[in-house]
Write a protein that binds this ligand. Structure first.
Ligand code: GDP
Length: 193
């Protein structure tokens, strides 16, 4: 599948603006700065589509991108920004949970790409979020990003440590910077549930 069009639809913070139509949604969940925006930009081959920034925690919106007029990529706010206030962190966690609950109610062709930083593996916050997603019956693909920063043995160590936690779930080693495994990811995005 080739990506022929990618359009930012809107950033959502409340119920009225939520998008519920017949199209599938693939949501990207992960810590702030893990590279979600960069991954979306790499998928659509546009460095500017999703805002990417080294200033973590900047956005609290749920950003919808329409791809090929066939599906939405949904960039959820990143959690775990160390310098954010407690309230801010709570808002982000609650917003992610709210989206996931709504997705379950309104969208039966929806899945989650759960993004982990290959340099850190799954942190405690990642494990909490992963458990929440599993408990809510989400179809989850684990994407290990920034593998361009790892050598072969670090990569293997990271994969092994994550497999212990997630078992046989699908793992995609990825680099938004080098576009590693981009074709595999695009195929997964368009898989029918
Ligand atoms: P987000 O907060 O999850 O949306 O993260 P961003 O997409 O803004 O990325 C955070 C930082 O990580 C930026 O400086 C990116 O350039 C960098 N980054 C993202 N993906 C990769 C990757 O695959 N490899 C490397 N080396 N850096 C990356």
């Amino acid at each position: 599948m080739k990506i022929t069009s990618a359009v930012f639809v809107r950033g959502v913070t409340n119920e009225e603006d939520m998008i519920y139509d017949d199209l599938p949604q693939v949501a990207f969940v992960g810590r702030s700065n893990v590279g979600k925006s960069s991954i979306i930009n790499s998928i659509v081959n546009n460095k500017k589509l999703a805002r990417s920034s080294s200033t973590a925690g900047r956005t609290q919106e749920i950003n919808f991108f329409l791809i090929n007029n066939l599906m939405y990529l949904v960039d959820l706010p990143g959690y775990g920004y160390a310098r954010g206030s407690f309230t801010n962190r709570e808002i982000i966690f609650e917003r992610i949970k709210w989206y996931i609950f709504n997705q379950n109610k309104n969208c039966n062709q929806c899945k989650v790409v759960f993004v982990v930083d290959g340099r850190t593996g799954m942190t405690d916050l990642d494990k909490d979020m992963y458990k929440f997603l599993v408990d809510n019956n989400k179809k989850i693909f684990i994407l290990i990003n920034k593998i361009d920063k790892l050598n072969l043995s670090e990569k293997q160590k990271c994969l092994n440590s994550i497999k212990v936690i997630i078992g046989d779930n699908n793992i995609i080693p990825y680099s938004a910077k080098m576009h590693t495994n981009k074709d595999m990811l695009i195929k997964i995005l368009f898989l029918k549930n």
